[in-house]
Design a protein around this ligand. Sequence first.
Ligand SMILES: [Zn+2]
Length: 409
Amino acid sequence: MASSLDESVFASSAVDVISRCRTLAAYSEVAGETTRLFLAPSVRKVHEAVTAWMAAAGMAVSVDAAGNIRGLFGAEDAPRLVIASHLDTVPNAGAFDGILGVMMGIAVVEHAAPSGLAIEVIGFSEEEGVRFRKPFLGSMALVGELEEHLGLADASGVTVREALIGFGLDPGRLAEARMAAGTMGYLEFHIEQGPVLESLDLPIAVVSALVGQTRMEFRFTGHANHAGTTPMHLRRDALAAAAEWVVAVERTARETEGLVATVGKIAALPGAVNVVPGVVTVSLDVRHASDAVRATAVVGLVAAAEAAGASRGVTVEHAVTMEQKAVALDDRLTDLLRVAAARLGVETATLTSGAGHDAMVVAPHVASAMLFLRSPGGISHHPDEDVRVEDVETGLAVGVEFVRGLAAS
Ligand SMILES: [Zn+2]
């Protein structure tokens, strides 16, 4: 028999989830805004509040050696579903990026008490990469990858190892922070942080993959010369070549389904109003859920840069500064999410995530799924970041139905 979306059951929980997110947003390093980096003093207050909520929901609560807070509902040795997201923020953040996923995990436990399946809710200590310029430190601890980054230093020269010890944690016990052997699934609720769901007028989306990314730097080298005495046909204008290419980047992305490409940084030398630009450096950021499509796009964009330069006597050099493969989410769990939504009569979209999330780190190790909630105005990483109470209600209902389906499968 199909379940129905029982408004009264999830409505008050959705209000609680949002009010808990707002409560945590007040724990900050900067008065009047939400700024809470990895292992900041205000994290202790977050842990206190989250511990109380988790304990009230019947979970056994602990903080692991990476500073992740973990609540386990059910038996230690039962097959386990992890529901997680992050509790750190960007500077001057909103109340929901990451936090919402942890609060929804607790709310799912409050409603779903499946027999035979344990649920572990985890609030990751670090995802945004602000303090150590390296994201996902919290979730890396689950898959045994944090150890290799303990030597990273923050702007004050404090290493990850020293920061952990300073917070009262023991980096020597990181092995104990790994996912339990019986973990059979990972679910992350997260705000979309973009405008697509709002444009579709839908509350939630099932995420199929997290996009891969290439970051590059291009250097166009022509010849600087007098802007008044150098005739147009004798110029080697590096900026004109780069400009033609920037427009080609936009055109390529518009013409390729699912591709986003951005030139976000440009510098022209010598940078004077009366000098033909001699050297221009520009950045490129290309993302797609298919690594093959992204690789093809990059090859095409390199050729386009060389062509834009060649017609002007401008040489082009390029270097890849960062490359990250796309991460596919698990088909079975993703289908279970769709089935759960369908049973409740909830229409969902399927999206790829253009941003990185903790699921990216976990997915190569355990079957993982993600559910996006609509971001009003598409706004995120900003104090105006918001979520609709009825969308949280829908997300919770689908999450609980998903857990029931998983326990029965
Ligand atoms: Zn996030």
